[in-house]
Write a protein of this length. Structure first.
Length: 142
């Protein structure tokens, strides 16, 4: 998942919101670690489960959110991040479903442990060519 995240980072642009769906152990945080590396983040990336959001500096600012512990539908007050110049990545985005922009990229991860992984990506049609190009040779890292 790290290799896939690193490759996908090349297709991201300021203001992107990437929503990560998947069961515990599906590789969401591992994916974000690779994405952060692809964005030039040098510091270690950990799941922000208890702090809700962690921001990192790279070629684009990265705002990593984890909404696992939040009740659905609560106004999260994350507007400043969503309208900023960085990339927002959200683990467990179901709690904020009403607040995400319609053009958000949605990534569903399936599988856990050492078994095979399956990735489903939903993105606006105009973004698909750049995403395909970025991840073209990343499938070996899945």
């Amino acid at each position: 998942m790290r290799a896939f995240g690193r490759k996908l980072a090349a297709a991201l642009r300021p203001g992107d919101v990437l929503l990560l769906y998947g069961d515990l152990g599906a590789g969401k945080t591992t994916f974000v670690q690779g994405l952060a590396a692809g964005l030039g983040v040098a510091e270690p990336v950990r799941s922000p489960t208890f702090v809700l959001i962690q921001s990192y500096r790279g070629v684009l600012p990265l705002h990593h959110m984890d909404l696992y512990r939040l009740p659905p539908g609560e106004d999260l007050g994350f507007d400043e991040y969503l309208s900023g110049d960085g990339v927002v990545v959200v683990e467990w985005p179901e709690a904020g479903e009403a607040f995400w922009p319609p053009e958000a990229l949605r990534l569903r991860l399936e599988g856990a442990g050492d078994g095979p992984r399956r990735v489903h990506l939903q993105a606006p049609a105009d973004r698909l060519p750049a995403i395909r190009e970025a991840i073209d040779d990343a499938d070996a890292g899945l």
